[in-house]
Design a protein around this ligand. Structure first.
Ligand SMILES: [Cu+2]
Length: 65
């Protein structure tokens, strides 16, 4: 399980966009996102870097660390 903090999500539409971005990288991924904290928990076999890339490509910032 990968946990990342995402900045720039402001509404449910953003959450959907991020989930879609993760799914496009790994269609079997299961993603839970808390909009208030910006924390995403992603069940995936892909390396963290691939998931971060997909989220950033969708226009959101991933907080390092
Ligand atoms: Cu939004």
């Amino acid at each position: 399980m990968i946990e990342i903090r995402i900045e720039g999500m402001t509404c449910g539409g953003c959450v959907t966009s991020v989930k879609k971005a993760v799914s496009s990288a790994d269609e079997t991924a299961s993603t839970e996102i808390d909009l208030t904290s910006g924390i995403a928990r992603i069940e995936t076999a892909l390396p963290r870097s691939r998931i971060v890339e997909a989220i950033e490509a969708a226009g959101y910032d991933v907080v390092a660390g």
